[in-house]
Ligand binder design. Sequence first.
Ligand code: AQP
Length: 333
Amino acid sequence: MGKKIFSGVQPTGNLHLGNYLGAIKNFVELNNDQENDCIFCVVDLHAITVKQDPKELRNNIRETVATFIASGIDSKKSIIFNQSTVPAHSEAAWILSCIARIGWLNRMTQFKEKAGKDKEKASVGLYSYPVLMAADILLYDASHVPVGEDQKQHLEICRDIAQKFNNDFNVENFFHIPEPLIQKEFSRIMSLKDGTKKMSKSELSDLSRINLTDDKDTIINKIKKAKTDSLPLPSKIEELDKRPEAKNLLQIYSSLNNSNLKKTIETFQGKNFSELKENLSQILVEKIEPISVEIKKLLSEKEYLDKILLEGHKKANSIASNKVKKMHEIIGF
Ligand code: AQP
């Protein structure tokens, strides 16, 4: 039986290789399975949990859609839409925030990481982010949610919220309890400058990530400058635990090659980083440059991108408004 897929990407610019290998590549495979119904959302309501420039946000929304399409998602088969155009998301998030418990949110590590030392100054939205994410998923009765490993905890709270709503109102199975879909080996791509930190959009140094809009020369240059250590590449997976940069580069190579880490280690064992980097640059250029070229082309076709969003909005809005209406009835509104 096919899966009902829901996932989102924030339009916060600088979409990178981590977003691609941890999420978007998987979206494309799920989209290509004829049995699946997929919904891919540009989660702009999530983006504003930290300050955004309105003009940049508008551009980034289109760029995220362009990235989906350039990566291979078919907008005729899958629904692609922008979260803020479907009011049910905000509405369901409020209702579910009355179901979620403060103790659950207090355990969320992403809030702790993103809020930093001065938690008092973080937005309330950043704190309640997982509740909005639960609303996104539950409105569409998603059975599976493809995400990077960093989002696993948020998926768990989504399941808890769904379960509690179903129990509190005695409506067994009203909300479907979703499963995360996390790619085991390649779930977390790390910074090219520090193998212990996640590759991220907001990292100041552009050299820390491969952006999906980077051209060939930029990709080659960034891999050349990527941090390494002084030893030859190891022959055993366990040896990688103490060598985060080696692990990251080997993992990226494996993932792009649709291989596994064990096989990749066998290919490069005893070799120098320079050989791995040469091969890695080659496969990155082969896989990422066409996406980069296509994104740039699509960005000059704003009307086409807006049309995709409008079509997606109509379909998503119909499903989500219907579900929120049922929530109202259950609650007693
Ligand atoms: N480094 C990563 N490795 C694997 N997967 C990743 N994802 C993000 N970074 C990595 C996955 O990409 C999907 C979309 O992410 P998002 O746009 O919702 O934002 P994010 O996770 O907050 O991305 P960043 O780059 O980490 O942004 P900042 O710098 O703002 O914190 C998600 O499925 C995510 O797991």
